[in-house]
Each structure stands twice: as C-alpha cells, then as structure tokens.
Ligand binder design. Structure first.
Ligand code: ADP
Length: 262
C-alpha cells in the first residue's frame, strides 16, 4: 500500500487572501495519479483553505474565556467546511480521471490530545482499501482532549505519518512545492543545497520562516513527522509535486529527485 501526500502548497495558492485552488496543478496532479499501480491512500494539505481561518480564529491556542470558546466553535465550523470544500474539489477531479476517490473526513473520527492523534479508528479506511477505493483524507480542524485548548489543527503530515504506521504502508511520498529538504529555505536563499538523505543525525537549518502562512509548522513540522516515522522503520520521500512528471514517476515506482528520510 502506498500513501501520497499532496501538499497544500502545490494544490492551492497558499498565500492568497481567500481560499484559492490551483486549478492547473490539480488537473495535472490528478492526471499523473492515474498511473498508480497498487493500493493507495491520498492525504492532502489544507493550504489557503485552512490556514486563513485557523489563524483568524486561533484554533489550537488556549481558550481564554466563554466568548473565546464560542468564537473558536464558530472557527471550527468554518474551517471544517472550507477544507471539506477543497477535499470535494480534489475528489471530484480524481473521479473525473477515473480514480475511485472516496472522501474521508478526519474531524469526524479523529480526536487529538495536545495536538497529537489520540483516537483514530482505521477500520473504515481498511475496508475501503480492500474494496478497491482510494481513500482521500486531508488536514482538518479537530477536537482535542486538552481542556485548555479544546480544538486543534491536524496537519496532513501528521495524518500520513499515523496511517503509514497503522496500516503498514510500504511507500510514503510527500509532494511539496520544492524539490525536498535543503540546507536552508530555497525560496529565500539561492545558495541553499538539496539534501538527498536525512536522518535524525542530520544538522538542518529550519529556522527561516516560511514564505507563506502555515499553522502546522511548515517544513520543520513535516520533517519532525517524517523522522518519527523513520524511527518506526518506514522510509519516506519528499518530491516536488510542481515539476511535471514527478508524481507520475513516483506512483508508478520510478526514481524521482528528492529527499529521502530514513
Ligand atoms: P506543503 O504545503 O507542501 O505540505 P509546506 O508549505 O508546509 O509544504 O512546506 C514547504 C515549504 O517549506 C517550502 O515552500 C519552503 O519555502 C519552506 N522551507 C523552509 N525551510 C526549508 C528547507 N530547509 N528546505 C526546504 N523547504 C523549506
């Protein structure tokens, strides 16, 4: 079973003022995904469909008082509807290309505790896979057991890490808008060098701020998730989903330029 994460940065215009899909990228990525040749789960990021509201309503930060609680409840509803809308557009596009994409809403069955997944029953996902479907999950706003925050933003990166281990994925691919992990942010530092292999001993400079809004930790959050996965024996690869042909090569088993995390 393979898992592929489609970065919010590749699917949406991440620094847009309102939720904006990247139609051209979505069309091409959906086309490329049709080359998959084994069981597949897709997880996509939220991009501008999630981060704008999550930041506005400060989902995941401490609930200050009753009014803040009510405001955050409103924010949860709005964020969930927005990312669900992106998921609908992704699934519809995949279906148009002939991929049996079935939407799985993370906030309907996942609860976090201190922002880490605590409750997640994968029975339904397993059953869909066994029946030949391609489950499609996404970054979402979820309930959190920590009473001080009550709600959290669950990144697509955390979902992929959790499910890869739980469902024993043999291939984990993350398609982002850069070629992989660099010695520094390649969007702001032209001298940054691509690192082909990262382990927990690799010294990384991830202090540079992301070029666009991201409430889930950007590249740093992603690497921490993937190092945790590597620790459990599952290797993953970050590739550039904006380079034509990369996703097609990756899902059909060919070698692609990128960073391997092991
Ligand atoms: P996605 O939306 O694909 O999940 P993110 O937007 O969260 O990805 O993270 C990718 C971004 O991280 C890149 O666009 C890049 O600007 C930024 N970044 C910061 N530091 C680095 C680094 N050392 N190597 C690669 N990318 C980095």
């Amino acid at each position: 079973m393979m898992m592929i994460k489609l970065g919010g940065s590749a699917l949406t215009i991440k620094d847009a003022k309102s939720p904006t899909i990247d139609e051209v990228n979505l069309e091409r990525i959906a086309d490329e995904l049709t080359s998959y040749n084994q069981d597949m789960i897709i997880v996509h990021g939220a991009g501008s469909f999630g981060h704008i509201y999550a930041r506005d309503y400060e989902i995941g930060s401490e609930v200050k008082d009753v009014n803040d609680h009510l405001r955050k409840i409103e924010g949860m509803c709005i964020t969930q509807t927005s990312v669900h809308r992106l998921n609908y557009m992704v699934c519809r596009k995949l279906q148009q290309k002939g991929i049996p994409a079935v939407a799985i809403k993370p906030s309907s069955f996942i609860i976090t505790e201190n922002k880490r997944i605590a409750v997640c029953d994968t029975t339904v996902i397993k059953n869909y896979l066994e029946n030949g479907f391609v489950p499609v999950l996404y970054g979402d706003a979820v309930l959190d057991y920590n009473d001080a925050i009550k709600f959290a933003i669950l990144s697509g990166d955390q979902i992929i890490t959790y499910l890869a281990e739980e469902l024993n994925a043999d291939k984990v691919i993350l398609a982002s808008d850069v070629d992989g992990i660099y010695t520094d942010n390649p969007k702001t530092n032209p001298d940054a060098q691509l690192i082909e292999e990262v382990t927990k001993d690799t010294q990384l400079n991830l202090t540079s701020k992301n070029s666009h809004a991201d409430v889930t930790g950007g590249m740093e959050g992603k690497i921490n998730e993937l190092l945790e996965l590597a620790d459990k024996g599952i290797t993953s690869q970050i590739i550039n989903g904006e380079v034509e042909g990369n996703i097609k090569a990756a899902v059909s088993g060919s070698k692609v330029k990128g960073t391997i995390i092991k």
